[in-house]
Design a protein around this ligand. Structure first.
Ligand code: FES
Ligand code: FES
Length: 80
């Protein structure tokens, strides 16, 4: 089973988060519902990252899946 993520895209996804809502960010890069998990990670050793929005605001979630600050983009995509 693959244990490395696929690059979904080499840019973050801008999403409007809702305060108090829980999300599952796709860590494997295989979801068809980026940047969120759709269960496609089952063919890998990876699992989604669960997080709760602290405020209702726009956020940039990592699309390259190589960020060191999951689930948020930290600029690592520029090095890929
Ligand atoms: Fe990628 Fe679930 S589909 S982590
Ligand atoms: Fe992954 Fe920016 S999209 S670090």
């Amino acid at each position: 089973m693959p244990d490395a993520p696929q690059i979904a895209q080499k840019n973050p996804y801008k999403v409007e988060l809702v305060e108090g809502k829980t999300y599952f960010w796709c860590a494997c890069g295989r979801s068809a519902n980026q940047p969120f998990c759709d269960g496609s990670h089952k063919v890998t050793t990876l699992t989604p990252v669960k997080f709760t929005a602290e405020a209702s605001k726009a956020a940039f979630l990592c699309g390259c899946k190589h960020t060191a600050n999951q689930p948020f983009c930290d600029g690592t995509h520029k090095t890929l």
